[in-house]
Write a new protein. Structure first.
Length: 304
């Protein structure tokens, strides 16, 4: 399957305003430093994943909530610029856009995030207003387990042939229960470690029995990623070699997008995961997500 065949991807999650300060080195406590550069960007795991998938040629839509302030208008304009449709997005009057204050170290490429939010997340009642006709893939951020589970069940009822993925990024009470409703579970290293998975092998051994029907992909930063199909041993996919990390912000979202893209194209999970790891590593050598795929296509070995 290729993007030209008209497949559509819906992602459900939060969208944020990212205020990114680049500094020479990460400052110590109680320090005052000058930012070398500053930029404003639209962030959020689900919308970042869609931003990459749209560049890969898929028709994308996002469902979530937006505040009726300048930040909300900025997010909506950025999604429109990327060709990402708004699927019954709820506008919340009097709310403030969730904002992430990001300190990006040029020395290491690492990012430290302080996030503030005072905006209700999309619930199952809001998602019930989203038309699902034509969507071949629906991706969920693993957040409120009870509400998200009801959304996933609705997709399964109304679009039984659509594939469902869920991201387990952070440790939230009961979030692992969502895996049983998914075809693909995308796990972040922070979530795995919080559950006692000090190594990828141990993490997958603990998590996979929760959803034996699902495919699993576990991102491990500089360690690459691990994938597992039902009934098989985990496969390791080494990280893309980098001379220097420039910007790791959004690398996990690139990994998720790469896996979804590969599976939509008919690749086996191991091949899709290896390709996604290369794309995520390649992104770490570049600031932001703009023009990422054009650059990757022009670089041998990334999306080959």
């Amino acid at each position: 399957m290729t993007p030209e065949s008209g497949s559509r991807v819906l992602a459900v999650g939060v969208a944020t305003l990212d205020l990114i300060n680049e500094v020479a080195d990460y400052p110590p406590e109680d320090a005052e430093v000058r930012a070398l550069a500053q930029r404003r960007a639209r962030g959020g795991n689900a919308t970042n994943t869609l931003a990459v998938l749209a560049q890969l040629g898929w028709r994308c839509a996002w469902s979530g909530t937006l505040a009726d302030d300048a930040g909300g208008r900025f997010i909506a304009a950025d999604l429109a610029r990327r060709g990402i449709a708004l699927a019954a997005v709820e506008r919340v009057a009097g709310a403030a856009t969730p904002t992430s204050y990001v300190t990006l170290s040029r020395a290491s490429g690492s990012r430290t995030i302080v996030h503030h939010r005072d905006l209700p997340e999309l619930d199952a009642a809001g998602f019930a207003r989203v038309g699902l006709d034509g969507f071949d893939w629906v991706h969920f951020e693993g957040r409120n387990p009870a509400e998200t589970a009801e959304m996933m069940r609705r997709v399964r009822r109304l679009r039984p042939r659509a594939r469902i993925s869920v991201e387990l990024e952070k440790a939230r009470p009961g979030i692992e229960s969502l895996a049983a409703l998914a075809d693909l579970v995308l796990v972040g290293r922070d979530h795995a470690r919080a559950g006692g998975g000090k190594t990828p092998a141990r993490a997958l051994a603990t998590l996979a029995p929760l959803a034996p029907q699902a495919c699993w992909v576990l991102g491990w930063g500089e360690g690459g990623a691990w994938s597992r199909v039902p009934g098989a041993a985990p496969r390791h996919h080494p990280a893309w070699p980098l001379a220097r990390v420039v910007d790791s912000l959004g690398a996990g979202d690139c990994l998720n997008a790469g896996v979804i893209d590969g599976l939509l194209r008919g690749l086996e999970l191991a091949e899709a995961s290896a390709r996604a790891v290369r794309l995520a590593g390649f992104k770490c050598a570049r600031p932001g997500l703009d023009d990422l795929i054009d650059a990757a296509l022009a670089t041998a070995g990334v999306l080959d």
